[in-house]
Write a protein that binds this ligand. Structure first.
Ligand SMILES: [Cu+2]
Length: 149
């Protein structure tokens, strides 16, 4: 998992995000041909919805009261996707499983456990299907469904 180790360096993540933004900006400029399309400038896709162009990133936040900002996260299937876990409050991590480990699901990858504020990443490449995520510190109340499609 050398890629995972490398990619968790915050500076690399920052560069990755900037690079993705440039790609999106370039793609938008390509539409500037007088056609009827209205540019959606400034409309940053909400994390966890349809993956951005390139489909390689997603984001989830840990919020006060030991909650994730979403109970469902959708990513692109069959490609490396870097999921950024933005811990804004408390002590948490982000762990991806094949399914709920309470039912025998196996760990795919996870971040370290961090005290907020902290940003860490997990990179996964998953076949289409439903998976499970949770925080290991709060495994019964911080859970969600990861959908690869
Ligand atoms: Cu937690």
């Amino acid at each position: 998992m050398s890629v995972f180790t490398f990619i968790r360096r915050p500076i690399f993540v920052a560069l990755l995000v900037m690079g993705a933004a440039l790609v999106v900006a370039a793609a938008c400029n390509g539409d500037d041909d007088g056609g009827g399309e209205t540019p959606v400038g400034g409309d940053t896709p909400a994390a966890g919805e349809t993956p951005a162009a390139g489909g390689a990133t997603a984001e989830i936040k840990m919020l006060p009261l030991n909650t994730f900002d979403r109970s469902e996260l959708t990513i692109a299937a069959d490609t490396d996707v870097t999921i950024t876990a933005d811990n804004t409050d408390g002590t948490h991590n982000f762990a991806v499983y094949t399914s709920d480990p309470a039912g025998g699901g196996e760990l795919i990858d996870q971040t370290e456990i961090h005290v907020a504020p902290f940003v860490d990443t997990v990179t996964v490449s998953l076949a289409a299907g439903e998976y499970f995520y949770r925080c290991e510190v709060h495994p019964t109340i911080m859970t969600g469904t990861l959908i690869a499609q």
